[in-house]
Unconditional design. Structure first.
Length: 262
């Protein structure tokens, strides 16, 4: 097992308004722990977190984060690791999770911050070990979380599962069905969904349906009427109106733009 830390900082603070937005970071893994509520973008969707949220970005994943308000305070570690490193560590990639900050975690982060600036002696092995200890501790926290974190993780998991169901067959869903599936009232579910994904469930269904319609227009020979039906519209006129509002052109115009030879 090999870990090489190339950057890290404990409680780094950025001025209000700071926003990190980068389409590609070459480091294999970037661990981030936010002390304040932040807005994070994943898969093109922005979500607002609570305090002590974390994420481990893999190389190639676009990174976007900023404080909801005020200063951004966070820890970070940029590191390389071989495939065996995460074999016994239960941590998700490109996904938000929450932790409790322990004294051990703080000590390890402070050491990494100091050791990366120490130029007189080679601290690379000790820094790598500290990084491994942090990842192992975070894994244990996820295995045996506090009741609050356990509830949050369960809700996040259930929301992610529900969204995947909708992405498979968006035409079969509406907000009432989503709320029933989750066991909440429509208003409670809508607030929970928007807090988690940064978009209302109704708008998210429309986004997924629009994406499905665009793919069918680009890659199939189905008529506009057939695509409208496949997307759950009972009236083709409503589909055309909705599509034009979202894309600025009619479905036929969109198809011609994407396939000018057809």
């Amino acid at each position: 097992m090999s870990v090489s830390v190339v950057g890290g900082f404990y409680k780094k603070d950025e001025e209000p308004g700071f926003c990190f937005s980068h389409p590609h970071v070459s480091t294999k893994y970037t661990f981030l722990h936010f002390y304040c509520p932040v807005i994070v973008e994943l898969n093109g969707i922005r979500s607002e977190t609570e305090e002590h949220s974390c994420i481990i970005y893999k190389s190639g994943t676009p990174q976007f984060y900023k404080a909801v308000e005020g200063e951004l305070v966070y820890d970070y570690i940029k590191f390389e690791a071989d495939e065996d490193f995460f074999f016994n560590i239960d941590l998700p990639f490109d996904e938000i999770f929450y932790i409790n900050v322990s004294s051990s975690y703080k000590t390890q982060m402070k050491f990494i911050t100091w050791a990366l600036t120490e130029k007189l002696t080679d601290q690379s092995t000790s820094i790598g070990l500290a990084c491994a200890n942090i990842m192992s501790e975070l894994s244990e926290i996820r295995r045996f979380p506090s009741s609050k974190i356990k509830r949050e993780n369960e809700v996040n998991f259930r929301l992610s599962v529900l969204r995947k169901k909708i992405e498979l067959n968006p035409e079969q869903w509406n907000v009432n069905l989503m709320a029933d599936d989750f066991g909440l009232t429509r208003s409670h579910f809508t607030n929970l969904y928007k807090d988690h994904f940064g978009v209302s469930p109704a708008d998210d269904i429309h986004r997924i349906l629009d994406e499905k319609a665009r793919k069918l227009l680009e890659s199939s020979s189905l008529s506009v009427n057939e695509i409208a039906e496949a997307c759950g519209y009972t009236a083709c006129e409503n589909f055309i109106r909705s599509f034009k509002k979202a894309n600025g052109v009619s479905p036929l115009q969109y198809r011609r733009q994407k396939n000018p030879d057809t």
